[in-house]
Design a protein around this ligand. Structure first.
Ligand code: SF4
Length: 84
C-alpha cells in the first residue's frame, strides 16, 4: 500500500510524542484523547487506520485507534475468518 496519504496527515504539524503515550490507562487517557482529536479532523484517517492494521503497528495512536483497540480488531477479524 502506498504511503502517499502521509503527506496529508493532520499530525504532520503535531508533536509526534502526542501519538505515543506511555500506556493506555490513567494519565495516558488524556493524551490519547488529545491524539484522537487530531485524528478525527484528519483527512486520511481511514487510510491511516487501515495501514496500521495491515502493518500490525503495535504502538501508538494511528487512525484514531490505540494499540489495544487494533489488537482487539485483529483478533476479532481472525476469529471471524473461516477455517482453511
Ligand atoms: S489519522 Fe491520526 S495518526 Fe493517522 S495520519 Fe491522521 S492524524 Fe496522523
Amino acid at each position: 500500500m502506498s504511503q502517499n496519504w502521509r503527506e496529508s496527515a493532520a499530525c504532520r504539524t503535531e508533536d509526534p510524542e502526542l501519538f505515543f503515550p506511555l500506556g493506555e490507562d490513567g494519565p495516558s487517557r488524556g493524551q490519547i484523547e488529545q491524539a484522537r482529536a487530531v485524528c478525527h479532523r484528519c483527512p486520511v484517517l481511514s487510510a491511516c487506520a487501515s495501514w496500521a492494521l495491515l502493518n500490525a503497528e503495535y504502538d501508538g495512536v494511528w487512525g484514531g485507534t490505540t494499540a489495544a483497540e487494533r489488537r482487539a480488531l485483529r483478533l476479532r477479524a481472525a476469529s471471524e475468518r473461516p477455517d482453511p
